[in-house]
Design a protein around this ligand. Structure first.
Ligand SMILES: NC(=O)CC[C@H](N)C(=O)O
Length: 455
């Protein structure tokens, strides 16, 4: 690829901030940032950085799927060129030397985009909307826990010590002072986010000990997925600087609720900007109903993208500490027991909040999957089931309860694979199966506790 239209823009951006170093970033399937670090002058003057496309068939532990799962794979790793997105350039506010971090797309040397890249998968879904004159709008809400640093993986995580020198020991949902326990950390987090132009809206204390949530301003899905990736990195870094870990695991502690990544979704006319989910007489539109019909039909098969780890399904179990994590695909007005909540709002803000994804998921893939399901519903004019009134905890259409059955559903769902891309879907399935097999080789403390001397 020889065009370099973005070069003058980067040149000015770098010059204004005295940038000496560039981190070229690509998100892998898990959401881990991979890439290359380059001196700024080399980045501006030289060729584009390259990576092998095998970064997209790596498991979270850095392994690769077995041969039988990967028969579709070309054994020769192909090189990809990293192409920067000029709208995804951020400062690294904690770096000593002025450093830029830029999110890149991946292209083969022939110029075709790499279908395995999560950012490409989201772009692919968005292009289907664009072709119909539709523009989806999303607002993510991301939960996380602050925990004490922990270097022994066999040892359970613990809530951190706040400014008072104490650990939280009761439910502190929405408490301002429980957030302020970590004031120096959050002050720095806000400074960093401001320096990076991340559109944070609110910060609240969630139900768990040391569990918080940030909400983002609604906007374009690609931009917001980029921002969630950047936010996770920023918060992890800030917490480390304050002697803690920030974790986005879906269920980090057994006796505490899990962490979600709720996504509010609406649809606007690309030209006029009016909300297409708002109907006549304050009623939601047919498109809105069909979007929900699509979520209900296809989300069970999309669960491996919304709940991608063994740990994700621990959040989705009905227990005393499951803490409003829904385990169904029902919908209802202002109902937090359903997977698809419709907040009470003026017609122009008509939207549905998909509450199923865990905070551990890759935001590009969560948005791609959820928007793909809604798109299929609108295309097929699917009718939703009647809205749920009252609690859906013990009723409603169930979801797969583990990653294994969830992967089986995805493998059998051709309409989703067609939208997300067949090569991507096959690779994703193979990588997740490999991770599941690897997990199964670890003998847990539960087995030692209960089986060692009894069976
Ligand atoms: N704010 C909430 O609704 C809590 C969500 C819950 N923590 C979950 O994992 O889904």
């Amino acid at each position: 690829m020889s065009n370099r239209q973005e070069q003058p823009l980067f040149h000015d951006w770098f010059q204004t901030r005295g940038i000496t170093e560039v981190e070229c970033l690509v998100t892998d399937l898990t959401g881990i940032l991979k890439g290359k670090i380059m001196p700024a002058n080399k980045y501006l003057g030289g060729g584009r950085p390259r990576l092998p496309d095998s970064i997209f068939i790596q498991t979270v532990t850095g392994g690769y799927p077995d041969d039988e799962d990967i028969h579709f794979w070309n054994p020769a790793e192909r090189d990809m060129e990293l192409v920067p997105d000029p709208s995804a350039i951020y400062l690294v506010p904690w770096a000593e030397d002025p450093t830029a971090q830029i999110i890149h797309d991946c292209h083969y040397l022939t110029g075709e985009p790499v279908e395995l890249a999560p950012r490409h998968v989201l772009k692919r879904v968005l292009s289907l909307y664009e072709a119909r004159g539709w523009k989806p709008v999303v607002a993510p809400e991301v939960e996380f826990f602050l925990v004490k640093t922990n270097t022994d993986s066999d040892y359970p995580l613990e809530p951190p010590i706040g400014r008072t020198g104490r650990q939280e020991s009761s439910r502190q949902s929405f408490s301002i002072d429980a957030v302020n326990e970590f004031d120096p950390l959050f002050e720095e987090m806000y400074d960093y986010c401001e320096a990076m132009n991340l559109d944070l809206d609110t910060l609240i204390h969630e139900e768990g000990a040391g569990q918080m949530e940030v909400n983002f301003q609604h906007g374009d899905p690609l931009k917001l997925a980029d921002q969630v990736v950047m936010f996770k990195r920023t918060l992890r870094e800030t917490a480390l600087r304050h002697g803690m870990y920030a974790t986005f695991m879906a269920k980090p502690m057994a006796g505490e609720p899990g962490s979600s990544m709720h996504i509010h979704q609406s649809l606007v006319d690309a030209e006029e900007g009016n909300n297409l989910f708002a109907g006549e007489d304050d009623q939601p539109s047919r498109l809105f109903q069909q979007f929900i019909g699509g979520l209900q039909r296809y989300l069970p098969a999309a669960m491996p993208l919304l709940a991608p780890n063994v740990n994700s399904y621990r959040r989705l179990m009905r227990t005393e500490t499951s803490g409003s994590a829904p385990i169904n695909v029902e919908w209802g007005t202002d109902n937090r027991t359903v997977g698809l909540r419709v907040p009470v709002s003026p017609p122009e803000a008509t939207r549905v909040e998909n509450r199923l994804a865990g905070a551990d998921a890759n935001p590009y893939l969560v948005m791609a999957a959820s928007l793909a399901c809604g798109y299929l519903g609108m295309l097929g004019q699917l009718e939703p089931r009647p809205p749920m009134v009252g609690s859906a905890w013990d009723s409603g259409h169930r979801l797969p309860d583990d990653i294994g059955p969830a992967l089986d559903l995805l493998r059998e769902c051709k309409p989703l694979a067609d939208i997300l891309g067949e090569r991507f879907t096959n690779s994703y399935l193979a990588v997740k199966r490999a991770e599941h097999r690897e997990y199964f080789q670890v003998i847990s403390s539960w087995e030692r506790e209960h089986l060692l001397l009894r069976v």
